[in-house]
Design a protein around this ligand. Structure first.
Ligand SMILES: Nc1ncnc2c1ncn2[C@@H]1O[C@H](COP(=O)(O)OP(=O)(O)OP(=O)(O)O)[C@@H](O)[C@H]1O
Ligand SMILES: [Mg+2]
Length: 296
């Protein structure tokens, strides 16, 4: 397992407007990434921005993978990231919690702010950042440990040893896995089904109490039943977390997301808006062509 997997948490959530989630109006604390983080992202009348990119460029060596990306990702919503293979979706996710730091050739220009603080500022600790911005990967990657220890891992890393059993139970409940595993917490996480393993990874991410959960095609390796459980879980998670999910599945994006960002070849964010509008009446012909399957 890689360092990036060990240091990141993971979860996902999706949320739909009909859930009627309250608009966030209360002041929110700073990101806590540094002692002097002043916190408080930009705010519109309707929703608070948690993640803000401005003129974001990402390069691998001489190759540019993201080009001048501007985006405001709202709190407690599900934002889907779609686009053809190689357009920079994973690069975008990894630029949010600085997983790209682990790629030697990678260089980032521009601004990527979390709760108003540029995550590329020198005083930001990437490990602390990844606790606040967890990640779930395409293939479920439980550690070769017991179910309990998988979930407790993040707490252990933070040196939290009070009420661990309670925290494990809460995280497993929030990840909709508790009922299936409560009598086998000492068994290996690797013995679970693929869908259960993915929910275990989500529980592991939730346990460290992140604000944001990044998911890179979290259901693409799962069967339809397991996928549907993950989709339901995403909707529930969005009540507490901001979720950004990469998916190749248009129906999934349309079903579970509030906002959709469409990247196209060359690493350009071509359109970002309400999911209904993007799928029903996109502003750009290229987006319509992509969504209707003319290319990609
Ligand atoms: N570690 C890396 N080193 C060099 N180039 C990379 C690296 N990771 C990605 N790239 C390049 O950056 C571009 C964007 O890749 P990325 O993985 O972000 O695309 P993607 O949209 O997630 O694609 P997919 O849908 O296939 O997962 C591609 O041209 C890819 O070859
Ligand atoms: Mg990818």
């Amino acid at each position: 397992m890689t360092n990036e997997q060990m240091t990141s948490s993971e979860t996902e959530s999706t949320d739909e407007h009909e859930h009627g989630r309250e608009q966030q109006t209360a002041p929110t604390p700073g990101s806590g990434l540094t002692d002097d983080a002043d916190g408080g992202g930009t705010r519109s009348e309707t929703e608070r921005t948690v993640l803000e990119a401005r003129n974001l460029d990402v390069f691998y060596g001489d190759e540019q993978a993201l080009r001048d990306v501007d985006i405001d990702i709202p709190e407690n919503r599900v934002t889907a990231v779609i686009g053809p293979s190689g357009c920079g979706k994973s690069t975008f996710l990894r630029s949010i919690n600085r997983m790209n730091d682990l790629v030697d050739t990678c260089r980032v220009d521009g601004k990527l702010a979390f709760d108003g603080k540029n995550v590329y500022d020198e005083d930001v600790d990437p490990v602390a950042l990844r606790r606040k911005i967890g990640m779930v990967f395409q293939s479920p990657n439980p550690f070769p440990k017991s179910i309990r220890d998988n979930v407790a891992y993040g707490l252990e890393v933070q040196g939290i040893d009070d009420n661990v059993d309670e925290a494990v139970e809460q995280a497993l409940k929030r990840a909709a896995l508790w009922d299936e595993v409560k009598d086998q917490l000492d068994e290996s996480g690797l013995e679970l089904s693929g869908g259960q393993q993915q929910r275990l990874c989500i529980a592991r991410a939730i346990a460290t109490d992140p604000e944001v959960i990044l998911m890179d095609e979290p259901a693409s390796a799962l069967d339809p039943v397991a996928t549907s459980k993950i989709e339901d879980l995403i909707e529930d998670l969005a009540e507490e977390y901001t979720v950004v999910i990469v998916t190749h599945n248009m129906q999934q994006a349309a079903r579970i997301s509030d906002k959709t960002a469409v990247f196209l070849t060359g690493g350009e964010l071509v359109e970002f808006g309400e999911t209904n509008q993007i799928f029903e009446n996109p502003d750009h012909d290229r987006v319509e062509d992509y969504i209707t399957g003319k290319f990609g």
